[in-house]
Design a protein around this ligand. Structure first.
Ligand code: CP3
Length: 345
């Protein structure tokens, strides 16, 4: 057993921990000089597919910030390549798909995903990252079916996800076929990640906050539940969504161990609404570490105050680290959280 492992994974399982663990979504990224150096002129996908580079990118923030967990270096789009989806990741834009998936026929042409064949680079990267991290836990992840559908149906990042929702409401057969194929891919991808050594998995349903609770229940929840069930408690599961205030009770019913929420939601209310039966990850506004100074001290303190007396808090940002963030601010947040929560007893 890797000893440091337990602070993060115990918090995920709502056990008492010596201090509150911290990690940051998108902690391996362009705000970090070592990442910019490693990246050079490379594309993010080339890094993700090279186990030596991917493991280096994943370990750097653990080493440099003192966080309590690493996250594998990959991208939510990556496994879609195995299904035959062609895309590129455009700098400062995001994923752009060559031929968006719009009809039942497009969906029927998606290939069945075989994790050992299609993700062997990512899995080799996981093994190398686990070795380099020593006793620090490693989080695996996947995009959730709705958010992945959002990218491949729209073809590029979109706020409203109009075409995706139009398929969801207007073409139930296509929606079911697409969500079923994506669910099967995600299950197999996460199963492979667990087999290759990750200590927890996070499901990014980043954009599903654009649905009402009723529509979420009808069109998305059964698939998410199936994925969480397939993990079967082997490792803790974390469910992330931005702007998720109106969906908290629904996310609770996915049976994920941890709900990761953004700054719009009061984390104290999450426990109240879930009768304490869930761990909570979050939720400092990513703009706060960008600003730093007293604003950051106050903001960090406020998140900790809302979390007081609860086992099962994992401190993080409400969404990803912004690329202009000074790394020393994140380092300081880690120190503040560790110091303040260690005194808790
Ligand atoms: O530490 C880490 O979190 C790094 C691993 C990671 C990446 N992408 C690498 C990456 C993770 C966990 C992701 C998840 C991801 N990718 C999500 C879910 C998280 C969220 O923010 O909601 C989404 C929606 C994507 C799709 C995607 N990939 C976007 C929107 C972008 C940003 C485009 C830009 O340039 O701002 C990417 C590119 C990307 N993926 C970068 C990194 C480090 C930045 C570009 C680069 O380094 O080349």
């Amino acid at each position: 057993m890797r000893p440091k492992l337990s602070v993060f994974t115990d918090a995920c399982r709502r056990k008492e921990t010596e201090y509150t663990p911290v990690w940051f979504m998108r902690q391996a990224g362009r705000y970090l000089p070592s990442y910019r150096h490693l990246k050079g002129t490379r594309n993010v996908l080339d890094i993700a597919k090279d186990p030596a580079l991917a493991s280096e990118a994943a370990v750097a923030p653990v080493r440099e910030l003192g966080v309590d967990a690493g996250i594998i270096f990959a991208d939510i789009m990556l496994p879609l390549e195995g299904m035959g989806v062609k895309f590129r990741i455009e700098e400062n834009v995001g994923p752009v798909v060559t031929s968006p998936i719009r009809s039942l026929e497009d969906i029927s042409e998606l290939k069945a995903f075989d994790s050992e064949r299609d993700s062997s680079d990512v899995f080799d990267g996981i093994e190398e990252t686990v070795r380099k991290l020593d006793d620090t836990p490693l989080i695996g992840f996947s995009g959730a079916p709705f958010t992945l559908a959002g990218y491949i149906v729209e073809g590029r990042p979109s706020r409203e996800l109009e075409k995706t929702k139009a398929m969801m409401y207007g073409d139930p057969d296509a929606w079911k076929a697409l969500m079923t194929k994506l669910t099967s891919m995600v299950k197999s991808y996460l199963d492979g990640q667990i087999g290759h050594g990750v200590d927890a998995v996070q499901l990014f349903d980043s954009w599903v906050g654009c649905l009402s609770a009723e529509d979420y229940s009808r069109y998305v929840l059964p698939y998410t539940r199936e994925i969480i069930e397939s993990v079967g408690g082997r490792v803790p599961t974390i469910h992330f969504c931005a702007d998720s205030g109106s969906l908290i009770e629904k996310f609770r019913s996915t049976k994920a161990d941890v709900l990761s929420v953004d700054w719009r939601t009061n984390i104290g209310d999450v426990w109240m609404r879930c009768e304490e039966k869930v761990a909570v990850q979050g939720n400092l506004d990513p703009v706060v570490p960008l600003v730093g100074g007293d604003v950051m001290k106050r903001g960090t303190g406020e998140v900790l105050r809302r979390a007081q007396n609860h086992n099962g808090h994992i401190f993080s940002l409400g969404h990803g680290v912004l690329k202009e963030t000074p790394p020393e601010n994140l380092r300081r947040i880690v120190q503040i959280v560790h110091e303040k929560t260690r005194l808790r007893a």
